[in-house]
Design a binder for this molecule. Sequence first.
Ligand code: BDP
Length: 710
Amino acid sequence: MTRKHLLAIFSCFLICSKILAADPLASDGDDGYRLWLKYESVSTASVKAEYLKYTTFITQPGKGEILQSASRELQMGLGKLLGKTVNVTNSSGGKTGGIIFRIEPGADTTKPAEGYQVQLSGGNIVISSKSENGILYGTFALLRHMQMQLPIKGLSIASSPKVRYRMLNHWDNPDGTIERGYAGQSLWKWYELPERVDPRYTDYARANASLGINGTVLNNVNASARFMSQEYIAKVAAVANVMRKYGIKTYLSVYFAAPKTLGGLKTSDPLDPQVRAWWKEKVAQIYKEIPDFGGFLVKANSEGEPGPQDYGRTHADGANMLAEAFQPYEGIVVWRAFVYKADPNADRFKAAYEEFVPLDGKFDPKVIVQVKNGPIDFQPREPFSPLFGNMPKTPLGMEFQITQEYLGFATHAVYEAPIFKECLDSDTYVNGAGSTVAKVVDGSLHGYARTLMAGVANTGNSRNWTGHPLAQANWYAFGRLSWDHQLSSEQIAREWIALTLTQNQKASGHITALMLRSREIYVDYNTPIGLSRPWMGVHFAPEPWQNKGSRPDWTAVYYHRADSIGLGFDRTVSGSNALAQYRPQVQQQWHNPDQTPLPYLLWFHHVRWDKKLNTGRTLWEELCTRFYTGADSVMWMQQQWDLAKPGLDLQVYAEVADRLKVQRREAIWWRDAWVLYLQTFAKQPVPTGFEPPKQTLEEVKKSVNVYLIR
Ligand code: BDP
């Protein structure tokens, strides 16, 4: 090699390294991995000085592994927040200026064991609880307080969970794919477990524990029987060993026919003694490996999954058989109520109620029935499920979906706290006014001993966990609400923004506004005035014209019922009468089309195209107004995001800005698809003031087909 060559290589190296160094997006940006546990250096000097005074030591009584996680987290957090190393001692020796963990065994037994208090006492910060879990939650609360740079003076936080089982449901498959997952592959690397335990599992557990989540179901509800094999139980045990340190119990979804397919029995009939013995043995085998195993989650006789009805038995027969296997242990059985039969004349809305209400009081006390928030399926907006309140003798758990199956996957920014809150705050009127869904779920209405809130996870192995950076807020919001459903959407958004994105007040204001309006904007361009779209397929592209499916409720036309007269599903007494499943006060809100609030109108009524709504516009005009203003409001979201830019990390800014561009394009896609398709029935022009779609219906259909092929 000549000197000239060497020089050329050297100067090329210099230029390349300059380019790399000059590119802050590629090298210096926030990749989102740390979520809301960033622990960035405290920037306000006076606050920092105060924090330094109270963090000279950590006192941890005993060697419990959850306490160790708490002190490890504190050491790490304080190291980053304050740039100091803090030692852990087993006694304060009367010193002041430290953080003391205080377990209070046998204290007030009426308080739930996981509650905690964090307060200034005797010159120390004292974190007290009746349980190690509570100390861990208190530790995270203190770290949250410090990350938000709040004053130590007058520090007094007391909190306890309103719901006992707060869990994520992963719809992850053994091959690494995730059903309805949009953030990469599964976090669980089954092929390398149990020997290699990915350190990321610890960060997953930290993130959940920081919100108070205490359970995780590792596999898809459309479950593989493989998880019941000895090989997989050993793998699950390795993951459970990590979760345990953070107070998280591990659960599995089960395949109801496993006794037959895996165990080689002739049947999986829940009343068959051999089948019952098989499950008992299986559960015992699991507890040998995982002594704190959480329990089973079951999807049975739903969307082709096997279940007790295959043998002429009921959901209660199936659930109780499994509950029997759990009698010697703490574990529970979570039985899902997501069922609907392939009956061409039925209304899917009514199915879960019809199957489950007659079984009220027939379930073993170890069973919790898990109900999706709405009667159909995680739509952008649904009325609350009429099951809530109508099974007073059976604990009903809430199932929310955090992953954005119907909310634009990982490209649309939709903050979900308002969806969760809307359902929790709905009044069922079962015991008079104020009988909210939240009170059903937290057990205060019917006195359920076991209470549950589950969220279908939106995590994957994307570096930032959730694909869309703002989707982290949905994981966060679910966790915070499962602990305390009284928190407001705005409070949670502000907290998440401060911990994750920025503490710049102006930027935070713009992002809060964007987040709080994002769901309504999405509904407007996607499914306004009570439209829904749970038809088969990828659940992403607009296909309101889809009219072929192996069953009627797997088509789009089944749901919107557009015809030459009007639009919407008549669920009043003149139609399917699904409304009758609600209490009279609820029926009253929705039975008269003139008084039904617009967000629910087409859920319950078939409305004429030319009907004047209370906005002064006809149905057709109102629909167009929503589709157009919804799609245009994405530009408003873009503006808000741009205004926040000075307070944001550049990598995060750019990533969200790009995704918003995609959202804008796809919002127009949705708008045009609906407007052009519905126009074939309404036979009216797009109202003045709105520019008619540039494409034809055929062109939109083609673009959707191309999408579906891909
Ligand atoms: C639907 C999903 C499907 C799930 C099902 C369920 O499209 O993938 O398996 O719910 O919850 O929303 O079981």
